[in-house]
Design a binder for this molecule. Structure first.
Ligand SMILES: [Zn+2]
Ligand SMILES: [Zn+2]
Length: 124
């Protein structure tokens, strides 16, 4: 089974996911823009049972980040874990977005990802 690893910028927090993601997304919403300080977030969703992390995190409204370096890391509940893919060790990743959210807030210089489902707001 494929194992993918990642960490925050200071390496205090390490993450591992196993197997294939359920879906891969890009989101242009206000929360994601503010959280990342960038134009969008890039994330993958795995079953929660396939996700592990080591190291102390801090959270705001369910979104976990490193309290030392501030890297944005993941959100997880009993069912699913959503991992920010910018923290993966290998880049480029072999992961391509399957859907795109809040495209009405997408920067005009960004093009839709070819083949990805497009949603004006959240996924229905
Ligand atoms: Zn860190
Ligand atoms: Zn968002």
């Amino acid at each position: 089974m494929r194992t993918i690893t990642g960490s925050c910028r200071c390496a205090q927090v390490q993450i591992t996911v196993r197997g294939e993601p359920k879906r891969i997304g890009i989101c242009h919403c206000t929360d994601c823009r503010q959280e990342s300080g960038s134009a969008f977030t890039f994330f993958g969703v795995w079953p929660a049972a396939k996700f592990e992390h080591l190291g102390e995190t801090a959270g705001f409204r369910g979104r976990q980040f490193c309290p030392t370096c501030g890297s944005r890391l993941f959100s997880a509940d009993d069912g699913e874990a959503e991992i920010k893919l910018g923290i993966l060790a290998e880049a480029p990743t072999k992961l391509t977005p399957t859907y795109e959210l809040w495209i009405k807030r997408r920067e005009r210089w960004l093009r839709p990802v070819e083949g990805a489902e497009q949603y004006q707001e959240d996924r229905k």
